[in-house]
Design a protein around this ligand. Structure first.
Ligand code: MTE
Ligand code: MO
Length: 227
């Protein structure tokens, strides 16, 4: 047993896989493809009593509502396959998620808002995390409130019980441990958006930072925890 622990401690990190030729168009500039699933977040991994957990919808909506996990599970469910891209330079191809499409959530859960004036949504998450996304982006057909990854419930570290998946923006927009969805008339920057990261975050246009490049070493992500 001890031997094994020692061997594991000494094990070298897997070499970073270069993107295969046929994946070229799918790898955004400045990214490296990996088969690992790095774990990145600020603060501690929260713990929940799923019976008490709830998701709040509030802000500029006709009526604020809260949803239990069971209520979300009773809504129409969708599976998506997508590539994900983190600003720290890792990309992961063909990740499979299940949950409720954001678009379906709005209609099935009866979220009414003024379509003329609501342009932005702020996602609230534990611990004290926020990220802002234009509403139009969220109405596309692969934006998911996800509870399942590769056929299994999300692990605690990857956002159980509910996380957002927005494949076409850098992955910091895909908030883990969602607690609230706020509808807004005006845009407002979230946590990373206030801390030097791009407001919109399109990986194919390399929208990493809002000003000067931040000093993130290119290989920093290879040193993070992953599974
Ligand atoms: N609640 C919360 N969600 C978060 C974060 C965070 O710090 N807190 N970090 C973001 C960042 S920077 C990334 S890259 C992804 C990482 O998700 P993963 O750990 O499942 O790979 O989560 C995003 N969602
Ligand atoms: Mo990230």
């Amino acid at each position: 047993m001890l031997d094994k622990a020692e061997r594991l401690k000494k094990a070298k990190a897997l070499p970073v896989k270069e993107a295969d030729q046929h994946l070229e168009g799918r790898l955004p500039p400045g990214q490296f493809a990996t088969e690992r699933f790095p774990i990145l977040h600020e603060g501690d991994v929260p713990e929940y009593d799923i019976e008490k957990w709830e998701l709040r919808v509030f802000g500029e909506v006709e009526e604020a509502k809260t949803f239990s996990f069971a209520e979300l599970m009773a809504l129409p469910q969708t599976r998506i396959n997508c590539d994900i891209h983190c600003v720290t330079r890792w990309s992961k191809f063909d990740t499979v998620w299940e949950g409720v499409l954001f678009r379906d959530f709005l209609s099935a859960a009866g979220i009414h808002y003024d379509k003329e004036s609501i342009r932005y949504v702020m996602f609230h998450a534990d611990s004290d995390y926020e990220t802002n996304v234009p509403l139009d982006d969220l109405l596309q057909d692969n934006i998911l409130l996800a509870h399942t990854y590769n056929g299994k419930p999300l692990t605690d570290k990857h956002g159980w019980p509910l996380r957002l998946v927005i494949p076409h923006l850098y992955f910091w927009k895909s908030a883990k441990w969602l607690t609230g969805i706020e509808f807004m008339k005006e845009d407002r920057p979230g946590f990373w958006e206030r801390n030097g990261f791009h407001n919109y975050a399109d990986p194919f246009r390399e929208q990493r930072f809002s000003g000067e490049a931040l000093p993130i070493p290119e290989d920093e992500w290879t040193k993070k925890e992953y599974d």
